[in-house]
Design a binder for this molecule. Structure first.
Ligand code: SAM
Length: 285
C-alpha cells in the first residue's frame, strides 16, 4: 500500500485519521514487505494483528497465514476490514485490545504463533505488556514502535529506562531492532522516526503466567522507592517475606528494582512463591 492508495481508501470510505487513536497508516510497500518477510507466515500458522487500520499489513498477512485474527478499536473501519480480512477468510473483532480477554476470541482455540502490530504509540507499552501476558505461546512478535521507545525496550539494569518492558522482553526470548522507518512511510506522518523490532521466543518457563507479569510490574511500580516498598505496596507480598528472600539472595534490603538483573527478578519470584505456597500449605494443615 502506497501513499496514493491510502489517500484513495480514506477518500472512498470517508475516513479521516484520528490522532487520538495513534492512526498513522503505513504507506511504504518496501517496509510492509520487510515486515511480512520477518513474519515468515505460512498456511500452517496462526497470526494476530493488533490495530489493522486500513489493512496495510492485514491484506497480505491474511492470505499468507492459515488463521488470521485482527483486533481494531475503530469501528469506522468495519467496511474496509470486512473486505480486506473477512472476505479473505480472516476474522476481525472491534474492541480496545486493552479490554480484550480470551472470551472475546471467535475461536477459543486461537493461539497465535506470530503477532504483528504497527503499534498505536499512545498505548505502546500497555499493549506490549498485555500481549506478553495474553499469549505466552507466541513464537514471534513483530512491532513497529517509536524509535525513542527503543531505549526502554533495550534498557540495561541500572539505567532509568530499565523496567518491565525491558525485563519481560529480555526473558521472553531474543529481541532485535530490524529496521529504521522514516516518518514519510506513514500517512499522516508522525513527528518521530519509527523502528521495527522482532522478539523471538526462547523456551518460556512454566512460571510465565499473569502472576509473574504482575510481579514484575509491581516491582517497578514505585520507582523512587526500594524494591521492598514497591513490591509490598501491591499487597500481594509482605515486607517480611521480601526481606527474607533478599537475604537468601544475599542482596541488600535497600536494593532498588532497577539494580536487579532479569534473572534476579526470576529468582526472587521463585523464592517468594515457594514461600507463599509453604505458608498456604501450613495454614491448610
Ligand atoms: N496497521 C495499520 C497500518 O500499519 O497502517 C494501522 C496502524 S496505526 C499506527 C494503529 C492502529 O491501531 C489504528 O488502526 C488504530 O485505530 C488502532 N488502535 C489504536 N488503539 C487501539 C487499541 N487500544 N486497541 C486496538 N486497536 C487500536
Amino acid at each position: 500500500m502506497n501513499r496514493k492508495e491510502v489517500l484513495t481508501i480514506l477518500d472512498q470510505y470517508g475516513y479521516e485519521a484520528k490522532k487520538s487513536l495513534g492512526q498513522n497508516f503505513l504507506c511504504n510497500d518496501d517496509v510492509i514487505g520487510e515486515i511480512l518477510d520477518l513474519a515468515q507466515l505460512d498456511k500452517t500458522m496462526t497470526c494476530l494483528e493488533i490495530g489493522p487500520g486500513l489493512g496495510a499489513l492485514s491484506e497480505r498477512a491474511v492470505l499468507q497465514a492459515g488463521k488470521f485474527l485482527a483486533v481494531e478499536i475503530d469501528t469506522r473501519f468495519e467496511d474496509r476490514l470486512k473486505k480486506v480480512i473477512r472476505d479473505n477468510g480472516g476474522e476481525v473483532i472491534f474492541m480496545d485490545y486493552l479490554s480484550f480477554s480470551k472470551q472475546d476470541l471467535p475461536d477459543p482455540s486461537f493461539d497465535p504463533q506470530v503477532i504483528l502490530s504497527n503499534l498505536p504509540y499512545y498505548v505502546m507499552t500497555p499493549i506490549m505488556l498485555k500481549v506478553l501476558k495474553d499469549f505466552p505461546n507466541c513464537r514471534k512478535m513483530i512491532f513497529m514502535v517509536e524509535e525513542e521507545a527503543l531505549d526502554r525496550i533495550f534498557a540495561r539494569p541500572g539505567t532509568k529506562q530499565y523496567g518491565p518492558l525491558s525485563v519481560l522482553t529480555d526473558l521472553f526470548g531474543k529481541k532485535r531492532k530490524c529496521l529504521t522507518v522514516d516518518s514519510g512511510s506513514f500517512y499522516p506522518s508522525p513527528k518521530t522516526t519509527s523502528a521495527v523490532i522482532e522478539i523471538e521466543a526462547g523456551t518460556v518457563s512454566g512460571m510465565w503466567d499473569p502472576a509473574w507479569i504482575a510481579f514484575v510490574e509491581s516491582a517497578f511500580a514505585l520507582r523512587r522507592k526500594t524494591l521492598v516498598n514497591s513490591l509490598s505496596s501491591g499487597g500481594e507480598y509482605s515486607k517480611d517475606s521480601i526481606l527474607t528472600a533478599l537475604k537468601e539472595m544475599k542482596l541488600n534490603e535497600t536494593v532498588r528494582s532497577e539494580q536487579l538483573l532479569p534473572q534476579d527478578l526470576v529468582r526472587l519470584y521463585e523464592i517468594l512463591h515457594e514461600r507463599k505456597d509453604k505458608e498456604l500449605w501450613h495454614t491448610n494443615v
